[in-house]
Design a protein around this ligand. Structure first.
Ligand SMILES: Nc1ncnc2c1ncn2[C@@H]1O[C@H](COP(=O)(O)OP(=O)(O)OP(=O)(O)O)[C@@H](O)[C@H]1O
Ligand SMILES: [Mg+2]
Length: 367
């Protein structure tokens, strides 16, 4: 049998993208198809480099060609990615494909820790990533990224001054903590904090990014409103511990994003500090803050559970030492944040394929 491009395309058009439910050919994901003697090479263009379904897609493509064309064909599949976006028409930060708010209700549940590790995990998967520390009164990211004392540069372009983010562990970072001395408190009124956040959006040279993670302060504050007012946010990730008082506040945060005026899709829930496993008892799990609280909340709210991150001493130590824990050697930690990055990227791709672009709030002047 002569193998032709048409025959291969026909076979591949029976392979669905598992999340997006359409076939790979219709979705335009098959690139560079080349036919040789009893051999086929092509590239699958994924919606994110952190795609958790790469192996499934590879196997389905191979099976389709072997079953529908010939079992003897040698197949070589390369993978590339082009992160999807619904933001290309927006006037502010059009080169930033996805803006992801990391929120919680309760303070201290691990938003900043999750943001830093998620950012580095996405970068390690091959994505271009930035972190905007929106916690103006209590910025944590300079310490978590080991960037204390590093000053962002100011550059002039077209007569306008731009702040150039610092870059640590492959991630671009901006925080008020980089612009104020570490031993001085930011004692500002709310509107000043909001205008600082606006500057981080309008006056920072973020360049091209696949994912800009915004580390929010706890609660549902002015800062949250400023963010959704200034920028159409692609989606929100809600972090909670499994305990009741954190879950109650997480529900409030979800309700805020779901408000008719705000309407930022919630991508899912991260259950942080889900369990503790002592090094000397690797098969034991202690549920210090309760068991599966975040998982049950996700079910109740009909949201994806993006991850259950254990309590690990080295996560805390790494945060304090200024090297995100995912850079370290603890396999449990590395795996937890790697899996989290895949699930977040997956939900962003699903959101972009199935929901309309987020609309700006429209109460401010920055839309
Ligand atoms: N999975 C974890 N294992 C161990 N320690 C953790 C974990 N997650 C967070 N921590 C630690 O808990 C503390 C609070 O975390 P973090 O600052 O990330 O919370 P937050 O939600 O950003 O707080 P805030 O509301 O003040 O912004 C930090 O000391 C951090 O190192
Ligand atoms: Mg924080």
């Amino acid at each position: 049998m002569t193998i032709t491009e048409d025959i291969i395309y026909q076979a591949l058009s029976t392979v669905p993208e598992p999340d997006l439910k359409q076939d790979l050919v219709t979705l335009g994901m098959i690139k560079n198809l080349r036919i040789g003697v009893n051999q086929v090479n092509f590239t699958v263009q994924l919606t994110t480099p952190a795609c958790p379904l790469k192996n499934v897609i590879q196997k389905s493509c191979e099976d389709a060609i072997h079953n529908l064309v010939s079992p003897d064909i040698e197949i070589r599949i390369d993978f590339t990615s082009d992160v999807t976006t619904t933001r290309s028409q927006t006037p502010l930060l059009p080169q930033v494909k996805n803006i992801i708010a990391i929120a919680s209700g309760k303070g201290g549940v691990g938003k900043s820790t999750v943001t830093a590790n998620l950012a580095v995990a996405l970068h390690r998967a091959g994505a271009k990533v930035g972190v905007l520390d929106a916690d103006i009164f209590g910025p944590s990211q300079p310490a978590m990224f080991g960037a204390e004392g590093i000053q962002p540069r100011i550059e002039q372009r077209d007569g306008k001054n731009f702040i150039v983010p610092v870059q640590q562990f492959g991630v671009k970072l901006i925080s008020i903590g980089l612009l104020t001395p570490p031993d001085q408190a930011v004692v500002w009124r709310g509107p000043m904090a909001s205008s600082a956040l606006r500057q981080f959006i309008t006056d920072v040279d973020w360049g091209e990014l696949d994912y800009l993670l915004v580390d929010l302060p706890p609660g549902t504050s002015d800062i949250h409103i400023t963010l959704v007012d200034a920028l159409p946010v692609t989606g929100a990730v809600v972090v909670t511990t499994p305990q009741k008082i954190s879950l109650i506040d997480a529900i409030k945060a979800i309700a805020m994003f779901r408000q008719a005026k705000i309407k930022v899709p919630v991508l899912g829930i991260v259950e942080n500090m889900a369990y503790f496993t002592p090094a000397e008892l690797p098969d034991s799990q202690y549920f210090i803050f309760g068991k599966d609280g975040g998982k049950k909340l996700a079910e109740q709210m009909q949201l994806p559970l993006l991850g259950q991150i254990p309590i690990v001493q080295s996560i805390r130590e790494a945060g304090d030492a200024g090297t995100p824990a995912i850079v370290g050697a603890d396999p449990q930690t590395v795996q937890a944040f790697h899996d989290l990055a895949e699930r977040v990227a997956q939900q962003v791709a699903i959101r972009n394929a199935t929901l309309e672009p987020t609309q700006p709030l429209g109460v401010g002047v920055y839309n």
